[in-house]
Ligand binder design. Sequence first.
Ligand code: HEC
Length: 172
Amino acid sequence: MRLRKTLTALGIMMGMALVSYQGFAADATFPSDWKTWKPVTTAVSQIGGLPGCDADVSGLPPIYQETVATYCAIRPEGPGKAQVLVKPDSLDAYKTRSGKYAKGENFILHLSELKVLFVTGHQGGAPVYGVYTEDGKNITTPTGPLSTKTCITCHSGFTAFCNNGQCGRVMK
Ligand code: HEC
């Protein structure tokens, strides 16, 4: 009887640990109205998405080479189709790359074949990140390619390329 109680308590604790792990450190929240956001034409959408690891990306700017290197192994053929979605109210700020973005979630890199959303928002004027499934499950991880640390390293690391969290630009 006692053992059973201990086991039950242990089970509940493990369950709680799992729940808090799933919600790990996504600093951007899930924008539930993301399907109404506006697609923009960027380098990634022009290329058609993110390729696999054997693609020759040597002609692309270093930040794109690094992006492919970080995410190409997610599955053998690479992440596949991707597009950038922008919250309608933030379209002007995105197009002009103003760096002045509204509080809340503003941009999505939509990996549509994987049904995954990379979300960038802004809090206190600074960028925040999170990774979600299309139906809102937080799949941000503590370390590795799906961690906010990795997003920050690249989005804030390539200062000449990204402005306050925005890396892409409208291509016409
Ligand atoms: C190694 C570099 C790199 C890493 C790591 C990275 N990104 Fe990006 N990200 C880019 C580049 C480059 C673009 C521009 C793509 C394009 O041409 O539209 C981009 C675009 C985006 C966009 C569309 C808005 C914009 O900035 O243009 C979002 C949203 C985004 N990333 C979120 C994330 C999140 C969330 C993570 C972490 C899970 C992450 N990114 C990790 C390089 C990176």
